[in-house]
Design a protein around this ligand. Structure first.
Ligand SMILES: Cc1cc2nc3c(=O)[nH]c(=O)nc-3n(C[C@H](O)[C@H](O)[C@H](O)COP(=O)(O)OP(=O)(O)OC[C@H]3O[C@@H](n4cnc5c(N)ncnc54)[C@H](O)[C@@H]3O)c2cc1C
Length: 352
């Protein structure tokens, strides 16, 4: 009997399970918590064409068709047609993905990397590197991380929203986001290169300054680290890391659900074919996108806020989308920036 064991029931584990469907007799997911998606998240995902699993309507809170972008309080533009996605009930989304993969999820099953074992009920299991993957998320990531924190606010102002709002703050090399959430609520957060106290002060001020948000009841405040340092492969207890644990987050945007799923799929496909899971991930298109975004982030880190602002303002909406979503089509970028050859050259050089 051929079985695949996956440590961690997040998007990376879900991607691995979806790709493993049909290749294994049993797919078993060991999840430390007693529910999926316990970690805070904005829950925004682009259409998942590459993954071949779209969220069922029952888990979609909002269909997203636009993104409105601001830089340092000034309207940059509205992205239409190029941004297409969802805000999902992440727990339901992941449960649906595991069910569709025919995977069994075992809750309260924490893998102990030191012992290389998972305790399940009274017994203990030792997953083996040839048939197991590690998808434990950001705590196991060894590269640079940033902090993101978010409030859930009670307001029905965004109940019919079909858009995301992004407010770049060049001072913290990050952004505030306003993402519609379940009916009667909205998630307002910030992520950037700053400590908790600094981020919270700025987020409170951001909310105070917005008349739609300032009087809304604050239901909860939560936060977590996000991998921003790019790809960092490795093993935990001998098992190959996939997803955010291996750096599968787009460093400029913090988008981690789709990249983690893609890495899990690539690793599981490779493993099922008797190959090296890392090789599978290396060859996946999102890997290049993460590397390029990390190079851009490095370049932007070395700039003054004023220069960052002029860069953000100099790019066309289409180029913003190419970079943010990781498609990075050189032809599109060259065409869009034809009237700004110096900027085009600089960006194309970072694309490699
Ligand atoms: C505030 C915030 C907002 C975000 N918003 C977005 C967004 O809108 N869109 C987006 O695409 N990304 C967003 N992200 C990033 C995204 O949440 C993550 O990158 C993504 O969930 C990573 O998927 P993963 O499966 O690799 O890890 P995780 O989602 O962290 O899943 C790991 C799972 O493994 C389990 N686990 C951990 N250790 C063990 C162990 N030892 N044994 C067993 N199980 C274990 C955990 O309980 C967890 O369920 C956000 C992140 C933060 C912090």
């Amino acid at each position: 009997m051929k079985r695949l064991e996956i440590i961690g029931g997040g998007p990376a584990g879900a991607g691995a399970a979806l790709a493993a469907r049909g290749h294994y007799d049993r797919i078993i997911v060991y999840e430390a918590q007693d529910r999926l998606a316990a970690k805070p998240c904005g829950r925004g995902i682009p259409v998942l064409g590459d993954i071949g699993y779209e969220p069922p309507r029952s888990v979609v809170y909002h269909r997203i068709r636009r993104a409105i972008m601001y830089v340092d309080g000034e309207l940059l533009f509205e992205l239409r047609d190029v941004f297409n996605g969802y805000i999902v009930d992440k727990t339901g989304f992941l449960e649906g993905a595991f069910a569709s993969a025919g995977a069994e999820v075992v809750y309260g099953a924490k893998y102990n990397p030191g012992l290389g074992r998972v305790r399940v009920g009274g017994s203990s299991i030792e997953p083996s590197p040839g048939s197991a993957l590690f998808a434990g998320g950001h705590p196991y990531y060894t590269g640079e991380k940033i902090l993101a924190i978010q409030y859930r606010l009670a307001t029905s102002h965004f109940d019919d929203a079909d858009h995301l709002e992004i407010y770049f703050d060049t001072g913290i090399l990050g952004y505030y986001y306003v993402f519609p959430a379940e009916p009667g609520t909205v998630d307002v957060g910030v992520g950037g290169f700053m400590d908790y106290k600094g981020l919270k002060t700025r987020l409170d001020r951001f909310i105070e300054q917005d008349e739609r948000l300032r009087d809304a009841k604050r239901l909860k405040l939560e936060g977590a680290r996000i991998a921003a340092g790019g790809i960092a492969y490795g093993r935990i207890g001998g098992l190959e890391k996939i997803g955010e644990a291996a750096g599968y987050v787009l460093p400029l945007t913090g988008e981690g659900i789709r990249p983690s799923m893609l890495s899990g799929m690539a690793a599981a496909k490779s493993l099922a074919a008797g190959g090296d899971p890392r090789r599978g991930m290396e060859e996946e298109w999102i890997t290049r996108a993460i590397k390029v975004q990390r190079r851009i982030l490095e370049a932007v880190k070395g700039m003054e806020p004023k220069e960052r602002r002029s860069l953000l303002k100099g790019l066309t909406p289409r180029v913003h989308a190419e970079v943010a979503l990781g498609r990075l089509d050189k032809g599109v970028i060259a065409r869009e920036l034809a009237s700004k050859p110096r900027l085009a050259l600089r960006l194309l050089k970072l694309l490699g």
